[in-house]
Design a protein around this ligand. Structure first.
Ligand code: V47
Ligand code: SF4
Length: 401
C-alpha cells in the first residue's frame, strides 16, 4: 500500500486543479467531503485520480482482503403490480401466466435443496403481489428457521415492507418488529433506485418514496439489526441526484450505523421500458464505485454485484474501492439475466471466485452476512490448481505472459 505522504507528494507534483487537490488532501487525511465536492468529483475527476483515492481508503479499511459469501437467491414471484420502467418484471403483470408465483411449500422445497450445502445465507426478493402479504412472509421466515435455524435470512426491501405493512394496517416499527420475531436476520439493499422524487417519480412511481425507504431501514436499525443499501444508476438521473442519494444514505448512517454495505447497481437496458437508454460505460462504472467509496466515509464496505457487471469488471472494481464481490450463487436472480446482464451463467463456484480474486492480487475471504470470517482462502490452493513461480495456475489468464 502506498503511504499517505507518498500519495500527497504525487498529487502535489501533478497539475490538478485547486479543488481536486483539496479533495485529495481531505480524503487522505480521513476528512469527509461535502456535497459540492462530491458533485465536483462526478463532473470533473478523471479515473486515475479517483482510483488512487478510493484504493487508499479501501486498503486502509480492509488491506488486501476481498470478501464474498456463499448464498442462494429465491424469488417468490416475477410478476409485480408496480410498473418501474427499468424493471423487466413489471411488464409481466399483463401476461401473468408467463411468470411464476410460488407457494410457501414450494419455497421451502427450494431451501431444502441446499440441505448439506455450505451456504450461509438465503437472499429473498421478488415482485409485489397481494397474496404475498405479511402473514405469508412471516410464515415463510418461520418455516425456513424451523428447518435450518443457522441459515441467515436476508429478505425483502422497503418496497415490499411498505406494501405489506399498509395492507396489514401496522406501522413500520411494529411491522419490522414482527418480521424480526418471525426470523428475518437482515435486509438487502434493493428498492432504493434513486431517492430524489424528480427521478423516482419518473422511473418507480407508485412504490415507496425515497423517504419511506430510509424510514423503514431506520426502524430496522433501531432494533439493532443490519441492512444494505443500493443505488440504481446510469439511466435518466443527473449527477446531482446521485450525490443527493449518497448524502441521504450518509446521513442515516450517521444516525444509526446500521448499514453494512453499499452496492451501486448499473442500469441494464434489455427487456424493459427504458431499453432506448444506452447503458453506462465501464469507465463510468469504475468512477462511480470510486466516488461512492470516497463519499460514504461511514460505510464499511462497497460491493460490486458481479452477476450484473461481469467477472472482468468485478476484478477491475477491486482497484476502485470495492472490497466485496457478493456470493457464489447457484441460482441467481432472474431480474438481471432478464435485464441483459453479461453473465448468462451467473453461477460461480468457490474455486472460481477465489481464483478470480487472487488474479488481481487480493486475498479472498469467505464471510457470513455480518462479515464474520468463515474461511480465509488467501493461502488455499484447490486440488485442481497447481502452484508455480509463486502463482496459482489459473484457468483464465496465464500470468507468465
Ligand atoms: O431494487 C431492477 C435493481 C434491485 C434492473 O443487498 C436493476 O446484498 C439494473 O438490491 N438494471 C434488486 N438493476 C437487487 C438488489 C441486490 C442485489 C445483490 C445484492 C444485494 C444485497 C441487493 O435490482 C432492485 C433494482 O434496483 N434492478 N431492474 C435493471 N434493469
Ligand atoms: Fe416490481 Fe421491484 Fe420491478 Fe419495481 S423494481 S416493478 S417494485 S419487482
Amino acid at each position: 500500500m502506498r503511504s499517505k505522504s507518498e500519495l500527497m507528494s504525487l498529487l502535489e507534483d501533478s497539475n490538478l486543479s485547486t479543488t481536486l487537490r483539496e479533495i485529495a488532501k481531505k480524503t487522505l487525511e480521513g476528512e469527509r467531503i461535502s456535497e459540492e465536492e462530491g458533485l465536483h468529483l462526478f463532473n470533473h475527476a478523471e479515473i486515475g485520480y479517483l482510483g488512487i483515492l478510493a484504493n487508499y481508503i479501501r486498503e486502509k479499511k480492509h488491506g488486501n482482503h476481498t470478501y464474498f459469501n456463499r448464498n442462494f437467491h429465491m424469488e417468490p414471484t416475477n410478476v409485480c403490480l408496480y410498473t418501474c420502467s427499468f424493471c423487466s418484471y413489471s411488464r409481466l403483470i399483463k401476461k401473468r401466466e408467463e411468470g411464476w408465483e410460488y407457494t410457501l411449500e414450494e419455497m421451502l422445497e427450494m431451501v431444502k435443496k441446499y440441505d448439506g450445502e455450505p451456504v450461509t445465507e438465503v437472499h429473498i426478493v421478488g415482485g409485489v403481489l397481494p397474496q404475498y402479504d405479511l402473514k405469508f412472509y412471516a410464515d415463510l421466515f418461520a418455516a425456513i428457521k424451523k428447518h435450518r435455524p443457522e441459515l441467515h435470512i436476508k429478505a425483502l426491501t422497503p418496497v415490499e415492507y411498505h406494501y405489506i405493512f399498509k395492507k396489514a394496517k401496522v406501522d413500520y416499527a411494529e411491522g419490522m418488529r414482527q418480521m424480526k420475531e418471525a426470523g428475518l436476520d437482515s435486509m438487502p439493499g434493493g428498492g432504493a433506485e434513486i431517492f430524489h422524487p424528480e427521478i423516482r417519480d419518473e422511473i418507480a412511481g407508485g412504490k415507496c418514496s425515497g423517504e419511506e425507504w430510509l424510514q423503514i431501514h431506520e426502524e430496522w436499525h433501531k432494533l439493532g439489526m443490519r441492512s444494505n443499501a443500493t443505488m440504481l444508476y446510469g439511466h435518466i438521473e443527473k449527477m446531482k441526484h446521485r450525490v443527493h442519494h449518497l448524502e441521504s444514505l450518509r446521513q442515516l448512517q450517521d444516525k444509526t450505523g446500521g448499514f453494512q454495505t453499499f452496492i451501486p447497481l448499473k442500469f441494464r437496458n434489455k427487456g424493459n421500458q427504458m431499453s432506448h437508454i444506452p447503458e453506462s460505460m465501464v469507465i463510468e462504472d469504475l468512477r462511480n464505485y470510486a466516488i461512492s467509496r470516497i463519499y460514504l466515509d461511514n460505510f464499511d464496505h462497497i460491493k460490486a454485484y458481479w452477476p450484473m457487471i461481469g467477472r472482468e469488471v468485478a476484478q477491475m472494481s477491486m482497484a476502485f474501492g470495492v472490497d466485496d464481490i457478493d456470493g457464489t450463487i447457484d441460482d441467481t436472480t432472474k431480474i438481471y439475466t432478464m435485464a441483459g446482464s453479461e453473465e448468462q451463467n451467473p453461477a460461480m463456484s468457490t474455486r472460481e471466485l477465489v481464483n478470480l480474486i487472487k488474479m488481481v492480487d487480493r486475498k479472498p475471504i469467505e464471510r457470513d452476512t455480518l462479515y464474520n470470517v468463515v474461511t480465509d482462502y488467501s493461502e488455499h490452493v484447490f486440488e485442481e490448481d497447481t502452484v508455480y513461480k509463486g502463482y496459482v495456475s489459473l484457468p483464465v489468464v496465464n500470468k507468465d505472459n
